[in-house]
Unconditional design. Sequence first.
Length: 131
Amino acid sequence: MPLPKHVPGSAEDWLIRAKSDLAIAKTNLPEGALYEDLCFHAQQAAEKALKAVYQKNDWAFRYTHDIDELIAGIKREGVEVPKEVVEADVLTRFAWESRYPYIGEQVPEEEYQEAIRQAETVVSWAEQQIK
């Protein structure tokens, strides 16, 4: 897939969107809702935070939900990515697998809490990178 020639928004704009998704992910589970839907927002927070790093450095990226791909691209640019951020690549599955019935299992609260922790780690790291 070709890379876009211009990605709209600044690094700060992408980080605002990442923090917004993180805030949504951290809301109390509404009655009748599923943790996997909040985990989707945790994945989105991490994804957008990583894309903020790309924007800050004027690097091209594919429109992808793949956290591992985004991290690999940052590493190729010579940036050392902490192990805790790399481990957040597991959030990728929440971009699609857990959002559709019968593809994945329901997410228990403990897994949701871990997804929040990982998303917070990525957002915090990205924020440090773009300052």
